[in-house]
Write a protein that binds this ligand. Structure first.
Ligand code: ADP
Ligand code: MG
Length: 362
């Protein structure tokens, strides 16, 4: 591996190991030396007089001490090098995995075996991060593929309408224009929904004080003609419900929820209940409606982009399937939570919790 000149961690660890070993060795030898001076009697065999005695003692001791130190040096260097190498081996694997991830291979995992230690923790955390990234990238790719497909559909329909008109000049142009208009409107709806979704995802909005009950009034007022046309009664019960966030996005969220509650309702005599309120830590918006019975499995997929339930074919409402994905995204960027549950009698109950402006999290 090419590394810029400098001391590798392995070398540094080896040198500190050697350093400590030499220091400990030297201290030990010094202790032995002091011990010899003190306790070896003057009449040590073959030694005469005090000064020559000490001198001779030193000259016998010093070479032995030097040999011991030299041995410790070699031993420390070799042992330290091997030990440091073994200790740092997991780091090499983690570095390799990082390089692979940087080159775009997210499917690789380190899967470090062995005891739970700091390296293992790092490797596991890294694996978790890779798994999340991989899932996120796959989701983005799926989204892009779905979005392209959805965008191509109206264009392909326009194309075939135009083909028919060209090959049959006697064709009724009024009808053609009407159908082209409808297809075009749908393409615009879809593009606008995609733009809203990307804007919501970016978190680049200014936070202002909003009152959820006013948003509900605004949304229901706009949607009342639609509700009347479909014979759906809209029942609102709202208190002043202050929240903090983007007025435009929260209005979009409320509108999407009430719109869904109206169009995915019973064919006749449907009802929608909208409430807002303040809880100790959060503020709540609830939208509930009658409708077809839905299973929890179906309900759990509804917030995925382009997921449409059974109502897709029925009725004149052909949604683009992004309404709930947009709601989820808006709730997410406002640090709120979204709960979607089927009602036992049919239809849905959707609850949005947003942080209260007075709680610490807002
Ligand atoms: N309030 C609701 N009641 C019953 N079904 C709903 C409700 N809201 C959403 N759905 C189901 O979830 C699907 C996805 O909703 P959405 O993302 O808004 O897409 P769209 O409304 O464009 O179909 C809808 O097709 C519908 O089947
Ligand atoms: Mg919708």
């Amino acid at each position: 591996m090419d590394r810029a000149p400098g001391w590798s961690v392995r070398l540094k660890l080896t040198l500190s190991y050697v350093g400590f070993l030499m220091l400990a060795g030297a201290l030990l030898l010094a202790a032995v030396w002091v011990f010899l001076l003190r306790y070896v009697p003057d009449g040590w065999p073959g030694l005469l007089g005090k000064s020559p005695n000490r001198y001779l003692l030193l000259s016998t001791f010093a070479p032995a001490a030097a040999i011991v130190l030299a041995f410790l040096l070699v031993f420390g260097l070799v042992g330290g090098w091997i030990l440091a190498g073994r200790m740092l081996a997991p780091l090499t694997r983690i570095t390799d995995a990082t390089r692979m991830a940087a080159n775009g291979s997210l499917s690789h995992r380190i899967r470090l075996a062995g005891r739970e230690d700091e390296f293992r923790e790092l490797a596991d955390a890294f694996d978790t991060m890779l798994a999340r990234l991989e899932a996120h990238v796959a989701e983005q790719q799926r989204f892009a593929a779905n979005a392209s497909h959805e965008l191509r559909t109206p264009l392909a329909i326009s194309q075939s309408l135009l083909d028919v008109a060209r090959n049959d000049p006697a064709h009724d142009h009024g009808e053609l224009v009407d159908r082209l208009y409808a297809v075009n409107a749908r393409a615009i709806d879809l593009t606008e929904a995609l733009l809203v979704l990307s804007r919501a995802d970016r978190r680049s909005f200014t936070r202002e004080s909003v009152d959820l009950s006013l948003l509900v009034d605004e949304a229901t007022e706009t949607l009342l003609p639609l509700a009347e046309k479909r014979g759906v009664a809209v029942d609102t019960s709202t208190d002043v419900t202050p929240a903090v966030g983007s007025h435009a996005l929260l209005l979009q969220m409320t509108t999407n929820l009430v719109h869904n509650a109206i169009v995915h309702n019973l064919p006749e005599r449907g009802t929608v209940w909208v409430t807002t309120g303040v809880r100790p830590e959060t503020v709540v918006l609830t939208v509930e409606n009658t409708g077809e019975r839905l299973t929890p499995q179906v309900v759990s997929t509804l917030t995925e982009p382009f997921q449409r339930g059974a109502g897709r074919i029925r009725g004149d409402h052909a949604g683009v399937g992004l309404g709930l994905a947009i709601v989820k995204s808006i709730v997410h960027v406002h640090d709120g939570s979204l709960t979607i549950a089927p009602r036992p009698a049919g239809g849905l109950r959707i609850v949005v919790h947003l942080p209260s402006p007075w709680s610490g999290t807002a």
